[in-house]
Unconditional design. Structure first.
Length: 366
């Protein structure tokens, strides 16, 4: 269909345009009858349906501008307090196209938000997970638009994501130990100290971690003791190998780490569950707690992790890792190194100066 034909089809005097206007009026009228009970939800629903109608009728910027301007003018005449500008109508279309066919949970959450909040989230271009977080927090905490904007500027989603741990500790460990385990294990680890600049195999990654075990232990945190890598577990005539095995003094348990160079897969959880059963049966001491497993992978989908761990009977956590040191952390490392070098140099000079003074005194005494 040519642009001229489209213009004629949607010309403001055509029957097609009259149908568009009737549809928009019907949607708004229906929403107005419900608005006293569920203001935000029904306004979002009305805007959603208008956006859907514009999408389905293929109203696009350019040839559709005249239609949108006329629709805006006619709706303003009927609903002068509603403020349906051409820009708002385009936003309604954008709103529908952004969320159509997406996770139902996200749709339900954004439907509860005021339109100004939805526009803010829409213009930020967030993915579903980030949008869901800010939408749920807004509803739960009653944020106005300014508070939502401040939360976004503070990167609250990223901040809480770093402290969140993907595990089943609460279901598989006693409450006190589960709380401690959540404090011990992180949801993400930085392996930038390995100096990886090109793709590597899992065994090479493991080999580098073993060679840099002191740095890896520092990244894991206090309390870890390294037992070994490719730790062999023999049972029922079969042999299994744990990539890396640690013991944590505070938790009083063995910690198995399974390294993956790719994204998390659900079958990794079953494999780790089996390793932990073997460790508890073959190597756990009488005074020790149940072994804990950590699957360390390049990336993870939180929903997939949650489903994979849902029916696992052993305590398992899934963490991702970074192979590049973030700029802020690199700056701190460099600053610490410079400071340590300066202090070491100063101490040497003090020692040398002291040694010279002692030598002079000895000569004078002679």
């Amino acid at each position: 269909m040519t642009t001229d034909n489209i213009d004629n089809k949607f010309s403001t005097g055509s029957s097609d345009y009259a149908e568009i206007l009737r549809h928009a009026v019907a949607v708004i009228e229906h929403a107005r009858t419900e608005i006293a009970r569920h203001i935000n939800g029904n306004v979002s629903t009305a805007y959603w349906e208008i956006g859907q109608m514009l999408h389905e009728r293929k109203i696009e910027s350019g040839y559709g501008d005249s239609v949108i301007r006329r629709l805006s003018a006619d709706l303003k005449e009927r609903y002068p307090k509603m403020g349906v500008s051409p820009r708002q109508l385009w936003n309604m279309k954008k709103f529908y196209e952004r969320y159509a066919g997406h996770d139902e949970k996200v749709l339900r959450s954004v439907a509860l938000l005021p339109w100004s909040h939805n526009l803010l989230l829409l213009n930020k271009g967030f993915n579903d997970e980030t949008t869901l977080y800010y939408a749920q927090e807004t509803v739960a905490k009653g944020w106005n638009r300014d508070l939502l904007l401040n939360a976004i500027k503070l990167n609250m989603y990223e901040a809480q994501a770093l402290t969140r741990v993907d595990n089943n500790f609460d279901r598989t460990l006693p409450a006190e130990q589960a709380q401690y385990a959540n404090e011990v294990f992180s949801s993400s680890y930085n392996l930038g100290f390995l100096g990886v600049t090109s793709p590597i195999l899992e065994l090479e990654l493991e080999d580098r971690l073993v060679k840099a075990i002191t740095r890896f232990l520092m990244e894991l945190g206090n309390g870890f003791t390294f037992i070994g890598n490719q730790h062999v577990l023999e049972y029922n005539g079969k042999e299994s190998k744990v990539d890396m095995l640690f013991f944590h003094r505070g938790l009083r348990c063995l910690v198995a780490v399974d390294l993956k160079i790719g994204a998390f897969k659900p079958e990794y959880a079953g494999k780790m569950n089996y390793y932990l059963s073997l460790l508890d049966r073959l190597e756990r001491g009488a005074d020790e707690n149940h072994s804990i497993g950590i699957i360390l992978c390049a990336e993870k989908d939180r929903v997939e992790v949650e489903l994979a761990l849902e029916d696992m009977g052993k305590p398992i956590g899934v963490a991702d890792y970074q192979l590049i040191v973030p700029k802020e952390k690199l700056q701190k490392v460099l600053a610490d190194e410079i400071k340590a070098f300066s202090e070491e140099k100063e101490n040497k000079e003090i020692l040398q100066h002291g040694h010279s003074k002692n030598k002079s005194a000895y000569i004078r005494f002679q």
